[in-house]
Design a protein around this ligand. Sequence first.
Ligand code: PLP
Length: 392
Amino acid sequence: MLAGRHRALAEIDLEAIRHNVRRLRRGLPAGAVHCAVVKANGYGHGAVPAACAALEAGSTWLGVAAVAEAEELRAAGLAAPILIFGPMTGAELEAAVVAGADVVVWSASFLAAAQQLGARVHVKFDSGMGRLGVTEQEARVLCAGAAQDGLLVGLMSHFATADEADTAFFEYQLERFAALAGELGALYPGLLCHAANSAATLRAPRAHFGMIRTGIAMYGLAPGNDDPFKDDLRPAMKVCSYVAGVREVAPGESVGYGRRFVADAPTRIGIVPIGYADGVRRLLTNCGDVLVAGRRCRISGTISMDQLTVRLPDDWGGPGDEVVLFGAAGDGVDGRPGESWTAASGPRRDAAGAPRILCEEVARLLQTINYEVVCDVAPRVVRRYRGAGPAA
Ligand SMILES: *Cc1c(COP(=O)(O)O)cnc(C)c1O
């Protein structure tokens, strides 16, 4: 048993979030603002702590997908303007108004409901995402209607391919949005035009307009699921557990459900109390790596609901060794301050010199993207925060 450590921990570095926000805000045109996207519990990082860190670093807006998310921010005492991106039922619209949140409009009927309640609106133009949003002509009509009641705040759009190597469709969307923003911005002084997500923000300053809305990059993750360090982003989340038990397995013996790992030589297996119910996808069975006390090891045997097993290196430290699912090893956070990092057999190091598994690497193994990996971290994984800013 280990004192003072949780079985499974998501450690969130708030200073990393502040750094990323400052990095994203650098290069914004004068007067342009940053909307910190904290939907989905701040991409798993905790919506309220992530929002607070972003506001400390200069963000002025908060973006969420659902009205309950806006209510959570208000309940925590956050007074910044909030924009709710997603579709809403009538009851949700009422709740949004009570929460003092702005809403997105893409139909005449929803605008009418918003007008009835006095909701502040952002009109969504579909420049090519092919999901929600209206044509240029419909956007003109919706803006005129909202402006008549003094409820028009913004004109927005969303990019479908800002993270892809081929920029042609991105440029097409950007051009369409720029034209409409120019036209309606001239008609409605102060109209807040915004389209850029993280990928567009990093790729094209021309896409910044009056506000950027960034989620993934704010958490230090690469929008293209490649390398966050190339854009000077710092990953904010680390997910770890520890070696809770050890088992010496003889040749021919197996480990775990389905006997998916069978030792071909005497093997030392570590039992780690984190599993798929914590968000470690079962697909990583026999193919994902973890860092045990800073050394890269293979997950060996079926990942079960609450546990996984890993083949320990010869020079492991002992029961209680930190096991990192993604993030940097050590750092003194859970005791054992990085003492084994210098081993000649050490794993790959990241730009900061620490053994690290990138969230992006895990995502590639799972044939998905980093967004999904952090959103998968389950509620029962305890969130612990470092780098708390000045008390509010
Ligand atoms: C989620 C979302 C964003 C943020 O996207 P990232 O790629 O995480 O930066 C921006 N705008 C809208 C409308 C969104 O739904």
